[in-house]
Design a protein around this ligand. Structure first.
Ligand SMILES: Cc1cc2nc3c(=O)[nH]c(=O)nc-3n(C[C@H](O)[C@H](O)[C@H](O)COP(=O)(O)OP(=O)(O)OC[C@H]3O[C@@H](n4cnc5c(N)ncnc54)[C@H](O)[C@@H]3O)c2cc1C
Length: 448
């Protein structure tokens, strides 16, 4: 970090009396994303604690990006100019119990929010594989969990407060804002600074998690719909070897008076006899409790527990959404590439997600299945493999995860999103001079 950056950070921290973890990390090391594969193009980061500070900052800046919890694997969050972090804006703003909604500030994480909701008798419908991510960052990129009846996480959003490029506060809601609302929710950081989100809630619930090992691929191919509908959330983990799904994670809602049938065998897979990590060789210590032990929704729907380093640590991720109707064909197309994929792979995960109406959601008007790859951190090898996988998936119109690594060309990306031209028009209203744009957005969205 250069001297100017350090002094700027130091004075920001002193004047605002903030002792933020991001500040501390930034002052010791170069500013990087969570996986460490992206070193951001600037180390200059300002902290904002209030709506007024955000507005003042936005008015004074020609160009910048908001950083959430830095969990994206690509340059979607990168800036060459300046970063804004809402580090101090991580609290619940209000809970509307009769209306079943919660309003939170723009930098709250699921890990901070979920225990609060549970203690007040509420829950979110679904969660991603880990709770460490900011709710706003997740919803802005169409982040998802699993479950064929569950929409991605942004489908829980019912209202949002955005500071646009002029520094004005814009409030949008599903009830009052017409087409603007579905256009803005998965906003990929292009519309402004999201300072508040309102999320729809359901009554709290408990979940049991069961894991089965070694599901033959042939069973998956012939019983895909039955397998996907077997539980509230279903995750299939595979290394693509030996024509099998290594682990099937079933997360089922505990219902009073109804027992979940737990056979020893599930479409040829055997029930695990101990907690497992998605990569069976790794310790399950940081994974959420399995073996049917009932627990709160927020400690079962994610695969990884709060307070532990999630996943395998040093890794890269890619993920493609394909139409649910083509799921089996798409999975078998990827399986053909097993010998090319396996040397570079830590694990793959297959999940189902319901369709939605959010313009830039990868599930826009399309019930989807995602094929996810957690790669070893070897970009030279992975960057050569992605076009090969994308070629196999091309007949199914794959939409890449906005926050993960892909090589799909901008025109192909545009072809997958019928509402992208409308989104560009919308972003010009919020940000006529491209204050919130960066190289990633310019290349993939605005200059295709
Ligand atoms: C270990 C791991 C596991 C993961 N598991 C899943 C999973 O299960 N499912 C899944 O779908 N994805 C998963 N992801 C991807 C992750 O959910 C997304 O990358 C998500 O966007 C991360 O949120 P963030 O706050 O860290 O985003 P950042 O990387 O910090 O930012 C992402 C985007 O959001 C914008 N943004 C953030 N905050 C604001 C704000 N307040 N106002 C305006 N724009 C904002 C940024 O500018 C940027 O464009 C995983 C990632 C990791 C590292």
């Amino acid at each position: 970090m250069n001297k100017r950056t350090f002094l700027k950070l130091a004075s920001a921290a002193m004047t605002r009396q903030i002792f933020s973890p991001l500040f501390t990390r930034a002052s010791k090391d170069r500013l990087k994303n969570w996986a460490g594969n992206i070193e951001y193009s600037t180390g200059t980061l300002q902290l904002a604690n209030s709506l007024d500070q955000v507005r003042a900052f936005v008015k004074n800046q020609a160009k910048f990006k908001v950083l959430g919890t830095r969990h994206c694997f690509n340059q979607i969050a990168d800036s060459r100019n300046e970063f804004l972090s809402l580090e101090g804006m991580d609290k619940v703003v209000s809970l509307d119990a009769p209306g079943r909604t919660v309003t939170i500030a723009g930098r709250m994480t699921y890990g901070q929010l979920c225990p609060y909701l549970d203690s007040h008798g509420f829950a979110l419908p679904n969660l991603a594989s880990l709770p460490h991510i900011s709710v706003t960052g997740a919803c802005s990129t169409g982040t998802h969990g699993s479950g064929e009846k569950n929409g991605n996480l942004s489908t829980a959003v019912s209202a949002l407060e955005i500071v646009n490029a002029a520094g004005d506060v814009v409030e949008l809601s599903r009830q009052k804002s017409g087409e603007l609302f579905p256009g803005a929710v998965v906003g990929i950081g292009a519309l402004g600074v999201i300072t508040k989100l309102t999320l729809g809630l359901r009554p709290t619930f408990r979940v049991q998690q069961y894991v089965y090992e070694d599901l033959p691929l042939s069973q998956l191919a012939s019983h895909f719909d039955e397998i996907e509908s077997a539980a509230y959330s279903v995750s299939l983990f595979t290394d693509w070897q030996k024509k099998r799904i290594n682990e099937v994670w079933l997360k089922t809602v505990v219902e009073e008076g109804r027992r979940f049938e737990v056979p020893d065998e599930f479409f040829g897979a055997k029930r695990a006899t101990k907690n497992l990590h998605p990569i069976a060789e790794l310790s399950a210590e940081n994974c959420t409790e399995q073996m049917g032990v009932p627990g709160p929704w927020y400690d079962r729907l994610p695969h990884f527990r709060m307070g532990f380093t999630p996943s395998a640590g040093k890794e890269l991720q890619s993920e493609y959404f394909v139409p649910r109707a083509n799921a089996v064909e798409a999975i078998l197309a990827v399986e053909k590439l097993r010998d090319q994929i396996s040397p570079h792979l830590l694990i793959s995960e297959i999940r189902a997600i319901a369709a939605d109406d959010l313009w830039l959601s990868p599930c826009y008007k399309r019930a989807s299945v995602t094929i996810h790859f957690t790669w070893k951190q070897d970009w030279a090898a992975v960057s050569k493999l992605l076009p090969v996988i994308e070629r196999e998936l091309a007949p199914f119109g794959p939409r890449p995860h906005w926050g993960k690594l892909f090589s799909i060309s901008p025109p192909q990306l545009h072809a997958g999103y019928e509402k992208l031209p409308d989104f560009i028009a919308l972003s010009r209203r919020f940000d006529p001079k491209g204050k919130f744009q960066n190289q990633f957005l310019a290349t993939n969205v605005f200059r295709a």
